[in-house]
Design a protein around this ligand. Structure first.
Ligand code: IPE
Ligand code: IPE
Ligand code: MG
Length: 257
């Protein structure tokens, strides 16, 4: 049983959070939030656990933050889950990471459907293991009619590969008669894997690393960036809210005055 003092403090903290959520909603929620979820390995190391324990804990945070983003009214949430460079990791770690989508969707898909969330993916799907691809395809299929939050996994995603593929595609279209000078930034964006999404308004990276690691290089040209030392498995609703509050104070000039 909590002491009276503890209960008062807890109640104050939760009503403070409720007030902050209310205020954030009134101040304009970013349409598209993208997160580079980093620090799972270091979280595990701090606890003398294997790296995969950090990934497993990180998956629980994905659930929590998805629900929170949906509640706040974010339209799209892109989560960087596996980069084209992450294949360099030990085979056992890669295998574990490739099983996570099945586990995540296996337990969470009914809730996602109930929350009206639509699951999407960017990245090279064809080279994923068949079981991973199946889990993603199933989730995309079962949620395709949903009209709430778009939960977009960047899986086997690399921005340079994405841009290169877009260029190859454009060149093919030039061969079939489109004039090079007709290509605009707007049209080029339609060749990218994010063709149906707005650019991220807010880009978050956890774990203290201040870099993009090949994530959304084209799309983040005017994103607001927010970095935190918090490791992804320790990331909580309060941190997401903090990022939103910082974002809401920023002045986005897009090169103007
Ligand atoms: C992020 O955590 C998850 C993936 C890249 C798949 P890391 O595994 O990169 O964790 P650190 O950076 O080693 O702590
Ligand atoms: C970026 O994290 C990729 C994901 C979060 C999926 P990394 O841990 O792979 O990035 P680096 O190696 O520190 O740049
Ligand atoms: Mg990392």
């Amino acid at each position: 049983m909590d002491s009276i003092w503890k209960r008062i403090v807890k109640k104050d903290a939760s009503s403070d959070l409720t007030n902050r959520i209310k205020k954030a909603k009134e101040s304009g929620i970013p349409h598209h939030v993208a997160i580079i979820m980093d620090g799972n390995g270091r979280w595990a190391k701090k606890r003398s656990l294997p790296r995969i324990a950090g990934h497993h804990e990180g998956m629980k945070v994905v659930k929590k933050i998805t629900k929170f983003a949906s509640k706040l009214g974010v339209s799209s949430l892109t989560l960087y889950a596996f980069s084209t460079e992450n294949w360099k990791r030990p085979k056992s770690e890669v295998e574990f990471l490739m099983k996570l989508p099945e586990e995540f969707l296996g337990t969470f898909l009914p809730e996602l459907i109930e929350e009206n969330v639509r699951v999407e993916m960017i990245g090279e799907k064809e080279t994923l293991p068949a079981h991973t691809k199946r889990a993603i395809d199933r989730a995309m299929e079962e949620t395709k009619g949903n009209t709430g939050l778009v939960l977009n996994f960047a899986l086997n995603y690399g921005s340079r590969a994405e841009i290169l593929k877009a260029v190859q595609h454009v060149l093919e279209d030039v061969e079939s008669g489109i004039l090079p000078k007709e290509l605009t930034e707007e049209i080029f964006s339609k060749y990218l894997m994010t063709s149906t999404m707005p650019d991220p308004d807010l880009l978050i990276r956890t774990s203290g690393e201040i870099r993009l690691s090949n994530f959304m290089l084209w799309q983040s040209a005017y994103s607001e960036l927010w970095f935190t030392d918090v490791l992804w498995p320790d990331f909580k609703e309060e941190h997401f809210l903090e990022a939103l509050e910082v974002y809401q104070k920023r002045v986005r000039r897009y090169g103007g005055v």
